[in-house]
Design a protein around this ligand. Sequence first.
Ligand SMILES: Nc1nc2c(c(=O)[nH]1)N[C@H]1C(S)=C(S)[C@@H](COP(=O)(O)OP(=O)(O)OC[C@H]3O[C@@H](n4cnc5c(=O)[nH]c(N)nc54)[C@H](O)[C@@H]3O)O[C@H]1N2
Ligand SMILES: Nc1nc2c(c(=O)[nH]1)N[C@H]1C(S)=C(S)[C@@H](COP(=O)(O)OP(=O)(O)OC[C@H]3O[C@@H](n4cnc5c(=O)[nH]c(N)nc54)[C@H](O)[C@@H]3O)O[C@H]1N2
Ligand code: SF4
Ligand SMILES: [Mo]
Length: 689
Amino acid sequence: MSSFIEVQNGVFHAVCPLDCPDQCGLLLHKEDGKIVKVEGDPRHPVTKGHICNKVRNMLERIHDEHRLKYPLKRIGSKGKGNFTPISWEEALHTITSRWKELIKSDGPESILPYSFYGNMGRLSAEGMDRRFWNYLGASRLDRTICSSAGSAGYQYTMGGSLGIDPEDTFHSKLFIFWGINAASTNMHQVAMAQKARKQHGAKIIVIDVHKNQTGKLADWFIPILPGTDSALALGMMHILFAENLVDHDFLQKYTVGHEELREHVKQYDPANVSTITGVPVEDIYKLARMYGETSPSFIRMGNGPQHHDNGGMFVRTVACLPALTGHWLVKGGGAIKGNSAFLAPNTKSLQRPDLLKNKQTRMINMNQLGEALLTLDPPVKSLYVYGSNPALVAPSSNKVRKGLEREDLFLVVHDLFLTETAKYADIVLPATSSFENTDLYTSYWHHYAQIQQPVIAPYEESKSNVDVFRLLAKEMGFHDVAAFKETEVEMITGALNNPRNSFLEGIDYDSLVERQYMKAKVKPLFPGTLPTPSGKIELYSERMKQDGYPPLPTYIPLVDEGDHRYQFVPGPNHNFLNSTFSNNRKHISLEKEPRLHMNRFDALAAGIEEGEIVRVWNNRGECELKVTVGDNVLPGVVVSQGLWADTVGKSGDGVKATKHLMNALTPDRIADMGGGAVFFSGRVSVKKI
Ligand SMILES: Nc1nc2c(c(=O)[nH]1)N[C@H]1C(S)=C(S)[C@@H](COP(=O)(O)OP(=O)(O)OC[C@H]3O[C@@H](n4cnc5c(=O)[nH]c(N)nc54)[C@H](O)[C@@H]3O)O[C@H]1N2
Ligand SMILES: Nc1nc2c(c(=O)[nH]1)N[C@H]1C(S)=C(S)[C@@H](COP(=O)(O)OP(=O)(O)OC[C@H]3O[C@@H](n4cnc5c(=O)[nH]c(N)nc54)[C@H](O)[C@@H]3O)O[C@H]1N2
Ligand code: SF4
Ligand SMILES: [Mo]
C-alpha cells in the first residue's frame, strides 16, 4: 500500500471527503511533514481546481488544537464534557466487555450503531463498520436523514439514481435549480450554468422558498410556499398538455401512463395551483412555456423540497417533467436528482450483508433517534456514534438529547472533535482525518472515482473507522472471520469489482492510483431501457399503487401543525457542512452569526425590527435568534441557515450568545417515502423578546 506519510515536503493529490456532490480533487501542500495549504486540483475534469471556501480553510480543522488526541473516559455527568484520557487498550476493553455483557443479558439488538457521511470515503462510511454490525447482529440503522424520500420517489419514476452527465449540462439552454441552494451546495453545477449563460445565452431559473445566494444569481427567481412544489409541477404539466408542448413520440416510446397523466392533470388548473403555491398565474404560464419551448432544458432537484412531509412525491412529480418534453434525448436535457447508481460499488463485497445471521434484526429510523432512545421496548442499551453529530443534526433535538442523557445508556462516540454528541459519551475515541487514511471516493453527482492515500501520519493517537472496527472485532473475539482482516486495498478491490454495474468496468485500485481520476463508462439514458418494471419512465406507476400511493403524481399538502403562524425552514449554510466547521473559528467568522429571515410585512405586523432578538418556539422547543427583515422570504415563512455549534457565542468567537439549536424546533415525523426526514415541514411562533 502506498502512502506519502514519510515524504516531508511536496504536493499530493487528495479528495474532498465531505458530503458534497462536487467531490473535488484537491492538492495538499506539505512542508516538514505538515499540511500547509489546501487547494483545488486543476486536473480534475469537472471541478478543475476550483474549491469552496470551507475546504480552502480546511487546515483550521486538520491542525485544530481542539482535535481529540487520545481516547477519553467520562468523569462528570452526561452532557457536561468532563473527561479524562485513557489508553486505547482500556477503551477497547471497556467497550467490548460492556457489549459482551449486554449481548448476554439483552441480546445484540440492544446495541445500535448511528452513523452518517461525515467522511464520504466508502470504507470509512460503509465498509468495515457494516461488516462489524452485521456480524454482531446489532439493531440496524435506517440511514434516512438526507435524501431518502426523494430517492424513493425517483426510483418509482426512473428506476434508480440515474440522471444526465453533469458535464453535458453545459449544452442546456435553460437551467432550473429547483429547491437547491447550489451556489453553496453544488458550486460546480452553478459554474456550468453560468458558463452556458455567458457562452450561449442560457437562462437560469431558481425556484425556492428563500432568495439566498443561488436565487440572487438567477435570471428569474420564483418564490414558492414551502411544500407546494408538486402542485407547481402539476400545473406546468396541465399547461404543457393543454398547449401541446409535449413530445408525443417520446411519450409513446419511452413512458407508460401518458394518457392517464394527461387526464389527471386537468384538475391542476393554474388558478388553483397559484392559490396553493403562491406563484402568480401568469408566472405559471410563463414558466411552463419557457420549459416547453426551450430545448434542451435541465432541472437540478435539491434537497430542500425533499425535507418535507411530501418530499418523495415532490421528486416523483418533478421527475416526470422532462419526459413530457422529451428533452432527455437532447445533449444537456433532462434532470439530475442524484447520480449515485453510475459508480455504485459492490456492496455485497464491501459490507458483507451475508454476515448478518438473523435477517429479521430490527431496523430503527435514524430520524427518530430520540423516540427510539426514550420509548423502544426492548430498549437500546448502547449507542455507538461515528461520522455524525446527532445531538445537533437530528430532528427534535430536545428528545434526542434527553435520550442521550439516559444514565443506563452506554454511549461511545468516535469523532475528530468533542462534538455536542460526544459530550454525552461514556467513552470518546479520536478519529483520523481523511487525509490520514486510504479510501475510495465516488461522487453522487459527477462520474469520477478517486482514491485517497495517506498524506500525513495519524494525528496523535487517532485511528480511522476501518482500524477501530478491526480492533473492536478482534477484542470481541471474532478471530476466524476473514472479513475483519482485509486490508484497505483488498476492500477497495472488492468494492470496485461489481458485476452488476457495467459502468464501473475498467476502474480498479491500481489504475485509480496511477491516473487519479477515472470516469464511469456512462452513456445517455435515452434511447435505452430503464431499470423500472416496464423499462420506461413510469408516469403511471403500478408499483406505487401496490405500495399504497397514488399511482400518478399528486399534490399532497403538508401535515397540519396547527396554530403556529410561520412555516420554519432551517437549512444548511454556506460556510459549514451540516455541523462540520460549526466549531471552527475561521468558518464561524465567515458566517458571522445565526439569523432568522423574516418578511418585512410579517415583521411590521409583529412589531419586529431588523437586528432584534426574537423567541421562536413550538411544542418541541425554542430558540432565540436575531432577525433579518426583508423580501427574501414570502410572508408566513421564516428561514434560518446553518447548524450552529452549542459553543458559538460562548467561546470568544465574537458572536453574541443566542439559543440557536435549530433542530430543537424540527419535527421527527417521517416523510411520505423512504423513511425520509421532514426538517422543513414544521411551524413556529415568533415573538419579540
Ligand atoms: N455549503 C454547504 N454545502 C453542503 C451542505 C452544507 O451544509 N453546506 N450540506 C451537504 C448535504 S449533506 C446536502 S444533503 C446538500 C443539501 O443541499 P441542497 O440540495 O441545496 O439542500 P438544502 O440546502 O437543504 O435546501 C435547498 C434549498 O431548498 C429550499 N427549500 C426548502 N423548502 C423548500 C420547498 O418546499 N420548496 C422549494 N422550492 N425550496 C425549498 C431552501 O430554502 C434551500 O435554498 O448540500 C451538501 N453541501
Ligand atoms: N435543521 C436541519 N438539520 C439537518 C439538515 C438540514 O438541512 N436542516 N440536513 C440534514 C442532512 S441532509 C444531513 S446529510 C445530516 C448530516 O449530519 P451529519 O452526518 O451528522 O454531518 P455533520 O454534522 O457534518 O457531522 C459529521 C461528523 O463526522 C465527523 N467525522 C468526519 N470524518 C470522520 C471519520 O472519518 N470518522 C469519524 N468517526 N468521524 C468523522 C465530523 O467531525 C463530524 O462531527 O444533517 C441533517 N440535519
Ligand atoms: S465541500 Fe464540495 S465544493 Fe467544497 S471542496 Fe469539498 S467537494 Fe468541493
Ligand atoms: Mo445531506
